[in-house]
Design a protein around this ligand. Sequence first.
Ligand SMILES: N[C@@H](CCC(=O)N[C@@H](CS)C(=O)NCC(=O)O)C(=O)O
Length: 87
Amino acid sequence: MARKPRRPIITAFERSPDGGKGLARDMRVRWALEEVGQPYDVRLVSFAAMKTPGHLALHPFGQIPTYEEGGLVLFESGARSSSAALS
Ligand SMILES: N[C@@H](CCC(=O)N[C@@H](CS)C(=O)NCC(=O)O)C(=O)O
């Protein structure tokens, strides 16, 4: 039986300081994933939620974006974008 491909999840601001004009660093990851045609889901997080243990387990600086794919967790947008470009 074929396994269903895992759909990555990225995090982004629930409310961004710029009013959601796409200036936060999740844009780098979104752009890279869109370029390679990789579908993904987005989990929106509040500033308070970013500082909770649950989010800090994904991102030690309590920031966005994070990237989860199966058991893999990345928190540096440049690293994730480069990885997408090379895959
Ligand atoms: N070097 C990190 C920087 C991440 C970063 O600066 N995230 C900002 C949004 S663009 C953030 O979460 N700021 C909220 C905070 O620091 O509390 C990356 O490129 O992923």
